[in-house]
Design a protein around this ligand. Sequence first.
Ligand SMILES: *Cc1c(COP(=O)(O)O)cnc(C)c1O
Length: 482
Amino acid sequence: MSYTEVVKSSTNAFQALPNTDLLLQSAELAEVVATFGNNAVKIAIREELESFRSEIADNNRLVIDQVLKEDFFGVICENLVKRLTSADKNTLVPVINLSGTVIHTNLGRARLPESAVAAMSLVASAPSNLEYDLETGKRGDRDSHLEKLLCEITGAEAATIVNNNAAAVLLVLNTLAPKREVIISRGELVEIGGAFRIPDVMIGANCILKEVGTTNRTHLRDYESAINSNTSVLMKVHTSNYEIKGYTSSTTESELSDLAHQSNLHFVSDLGSGTLIDIAKYGLPKELTVFETLKEGADIVTFSGDKLLGGPQAGLIVGKKSLIKEIKRNPLKRALRVDKITIAALAEVLKLYTDPDRLVDRLPLLRNLVRPLNEIQMIAEKLFPIFVEALTDIAEVSIEPCKSQIGSGALPLDLLESCALVLKPFAEKGETDAKLQNLARKFRGLSTPVIGRLHDGKLIFDLRCLENESELVDLLNSNTWS
Ligand SMILES: *Cc1c(COP(=O)(O)O)cnc(C)c1O
């Protein structure tokens, strides 16, 4: 019986619903069956029919009339195609970061260079010698693919890599100071976004936190007088996301390392962002590099792979050979180790650092950070008329100077001069905020979501990190804004 005949002979809407097999074998659904498989389509059909049945049971007149019409078969097929294709969409998608925060943790931090992406793809699609020594044919060490490069760049004796810097700190402390005291300044008991808080990390690592000094001033003698027979580590933590200003005093790396070594203790420095090169030469604020920190006498230095380094998410641990050896033997290392795809990407990014002269051209993060203001302004001027045209009657568009943040707790007080397209929705009094939220939501709803910053009743698009202008133009023109 054809579906038209089914509908004609039906006395009620329940009877008129097509059955599963009829749908599954229909020409209308042949393509989705080929794409998603019989099983997935069957499940979708069952869900779709169930929702119609419950509407009919609720006596929803609109639905009942719809079901009893002869074109209903086409309608339900269309619904099914939509249901299947939207369920197939990934929730993790690329976005355009115009938030003004260059290293944005919620937006995935650093964008990787092409060479790193290619290397990731290669090891992802084939077996590799991840832990296999091609020379001897015996078991190898996954860190070996990175250790030499890291030592060359930082001057360290040895290195190991874990999942992120939080894991690096945890692993180092758990290895060097289980049930023993770690001395740290009260000015450095930081919380880094979410759950990484130094006092909690100490507990997690099974260490005893011994805080010394005060919030604004900690002297060498404070550390000195806190040392006892159960002390194992003197630690310095980079106050990444805040700065203490005014009447302050802290102890330098070299003072702390001297004290540690005189007392037979380890000096550990968590640099957080961890720069491998002197970024001051690009006009960025001076940060102690990993190389310099080791030179000042740190036994172990930990830092992130995806903050100022501009690589994939990883935690890097560099320092004394004997200590790295101990750290690698900790069973926690196995639980925190990185996968082959991260190793492939990190190796490529580290390779770029061996040629610092070309780093700005090759490392997207650095390129974004040092992008000249006049280049950003030029993009703003090019996009301005296109925004004005697309958003006629929707928002007033203007070009305004703004300041970008480096982000991810890197140098929180140092802002970079930038330029933005600023959107101010036309709105009656009292509905300004609703209109603004709505506009921001529309930009987030584009096929590639565009993320701006809301401030002072305006939607601000900082253009510093925009690399693909034509993509943004296409998105803008393909949407209906009214
Ligand atoms: C960011 C940061 C961390 C955590 O690093 P992740 O790579 O995000 O895990 C730890 N310590 C400091 C000082 C940091 O700035």
